[in-house]
Structures are given as structure tokens and as C-alpha cells.
Ligand binder design. Structure first.
Ligand code: NCD
Length: 311
């Protein structure tokens, strides 16, 4: 466990960060939020440095958010996407990232559908590596931006009740967020049907619930997850989407029941009408857009801490 991301210059798993390390990110995030609000939202912190944004799996907000963050720090960004690359000619990930480094990439941001790929890459290259999501394993910058968003809205997370709802089993966001929220002092409850909970979930630092209506009343934050259809293999895990929405969906009726200080979050992309009713993300207590905005500032902080002090 480290007290500053600058110690290893990698961000691979959120569990590697102590509360002190997360608080350092939050402090820098606030500074970079101020930069983002300027008419010209740019500082020279990484001028002359080149960051390779390597997305072996689809993404909208994470990829663009990292790109905007790097550009606001004046870094140059090259975007690698798996589609259309030499991966289809059989080139390995190792050769791909080493090729990028040989060209001069000084930092690697990596998303891949297999757990552990970012950590493997960190063993193959001498430059900082940031995990932008590895399969259903980890998504540390999402956890950091979610902590930053709650703290911005409500102050310190100590003793806040956070309910994470939905497809916990396939969600890297759930895994990273449980760890981060717990490190920041929140009480986390996971709410899902048993078929969407992973084996071993009882060892996670979180309570388990199977009925959303039982846990909503005490929730300060209701964090909805997308149904990860691309990771759900053979067995149907749900009898029907309609039944799922009835029991676990954030319907308008449920959202109306909670007070204006109950916050609604979702990492995106949303399946409106599946896990969340179409109008709920647009209600006043929804933080969905704040999460996206904070994503850029948090990633500026992470890029700064991993790359600014490099020789
Ligand atoms: C998440 C992801 O890709 O892990 N999205 C994101 O990065 N904001 C969640 C998801 O895909 O459901």
C-alpha cells in the first residue's frame, strides 16, 4: 500500500492506495477542477511528454476523458485502438506496447477485456502505466472520480451509507469502488440478485442485500451499475429485464421516495429503462454529469502524479 501514487508511478489497483494517497488525488483534483473552469483550461505541467492511450476494449468516456486530461496538462496524446491495428495480424500486447515505447511514449494508459493486463504491461515497460479498466477486475480512476464526486457534493465520506446496485459480478467499477469507498470510511451495501453476486463476495468489506426497497431508505448514495451484457456468458442470469427493473431498477417511483439529499450515481454508459428509468439520471439529485466532469480533473491528477516528476 502506498501513500502517494508518485511512489510507484503506476496506478494499477485501487487497493494499492492508502487513504492518504486518495486524499492527495482529491486535493490535486480540486486544483485541476479550477484549471478546467478557466477560459483556457490548460497548464504546462506535462508539456513535451507523450502519453499513449491504449484501448483494447471499447470506451467512450474513459478514453476521451484521459485524452482531454492529458491535453489539459499540455501532453501529446497518441491513441491506439485495437480495431484496425496489427493485433489482427497476430502481434502480441507486449510487442504492441514496447513498440509504442520505442517510438517515445512516456506513459501508457491501458484498457483491456482481460483481468491483470495493466499489471502485465507494467512489467514489460519502463514508463508509468495507468489501468483504465481490466475485464471485470479493476477500474481505479473510476473509483477515484466517484470518491471525488461524492466528496464534492457531501464532504468527507466517513459514515455515509452507499448502496451499489446491480451487476456486481461482472463489474470492475463495483470492485474498485467498494475498496475506495471503504478506505474513505463509508459503509457500503451491495444490492443484487444472488445470480449477479460473485463467489467470495462475503469477504468484501460490504454488506449484502437482495431487496432494493429494504436498503434505499437509509442510503445517502445510490450507485447504479450497468448490466454488463458483453461479459455475461451462457446462462441467463435474469428471468426477465422487466422483473429486474421491478426489483432492482431505479424506477421513477423509487427515486421520488428518497429525499433531495439522496444522491444518484452511475458510471455510464447507462441503459436507460434497464437499470435506471429514463428520467432519473436527469433529476436534481443525480450526479451523473458531475461524475463525468470530475473524471477529467481526477485523470489530470493521476497523470500528473505518475508522469510529472519523470526524468
Ligand atoms: C464502466 C466501465 O467501462 O467499466 N464505464 C466507465 O468506464 N465509465 C462501466 C460500464 O461499462 O458499465
Amino acid at each position: 500500500m502506498m501513500d502517494s501514487i508518485s511512489e510507484t508511478r503506476n496506478l494499477l489497483n485501487i487497493g494499492d492506495l492508502s487513504r492518504t494517497a486518495i486524499e492527495e488525488v482529491l486535493e490535486l483534483t480540486e486544483a485541476f477542477r479550477e484549471v478546467s473552469a478557466r477560459p483556457i483550461p490548460k497548464v504546462p505541467a506535462l508539456r513535451g511528454r507523450t502519453v499513449a492511450n491504449c484501448f483494447f476494449e471499447d470506451s467512450t468516456r474513459t478514453r476521451l476523458s484521459f485524452e482531454m486530461a492529458a491535453k489539459r496538462l499540455s501532453a501529446d496524446v497518441v491513441n491506439f485502438t485495437a480495431k484496425g491495428s496489427s493485433l489482427s495480424k497476430g502481434e502480441s500486447i507486449r510487442d504492441t506496447v514496447r513498440t509504442l515505447c520505442a517510438m517515445g511514449a512516456q506513459g501508457i494508459i491501458c484498457r483491456h477485456h482481460s483481468p491483470g493486463v495493466a499489471t502485465r504491461i507494467a512489467g514489460w515497460v519502463d514508463v508509468p502505466v495507468i489501468n483504465a479498466g481490466d475485464g471485470s477486475h479493476e477500474h481505479p480512476t473510476q473509483a477515484l472520480l466517484d470518491v471525488a464526486t461524492v466528496v464534492q457534493a457531501r464532504g468527507p465520506m466517513d459514515d455515509l451509507n452507499v448502496v451499489i446496485v446491480g451487476d456486481i459480478d461482472h463489474s470492475r467499477v463495483a470492485r474498485s469502488n467498494v475498496t475506495a469507498f471503504n478506505t474513505m470510511g463509508a459503509n457500503v451495501t451491495l444490492c443484487a440478485p444472488p445470480t449477479l453476486l460473485p463467489p467470495g463476495v462475503s469477504t468484501w468489506p460490504a454488506a449484502i442485500a437482495h431487496e432494493l426497497d429494504d436498503v434505499l431508505d437509509k442510503a445517502d448514495v445510490v450507485y447504479m451499475l450497468r448490466m454488463q451484457r458483453e461479459r455475461i456468458e451462457a446462462d441467463p442470469v435474469l428471468p426477465s429485464i422487466r422483473e429486474y427493473l421491478d426489483r432492482y431498477g431505479l424506477t421513477t417511483a423509487r427515486a421520488r421516495r428518497f429525499g433531495s439529499d439522496t444522491l444518484v450515481m452511475h458510471p455510464g454508459p447507462m441503459n436507460r429503462g434497464v437499470e435506471i428509468a429514463s428520467e432519473v439520471p436527469d433529476l436534481a439529485n443525480s450526479l451523473v454529469e458531475a461524475q463525468v466532469a470530475n473524471g477529467v480533473a481526477v485523470r489530470m491528477a493521476v497523470l500528473y502524479l505518475t508522469m510529472a516528476g519523470m526524468q
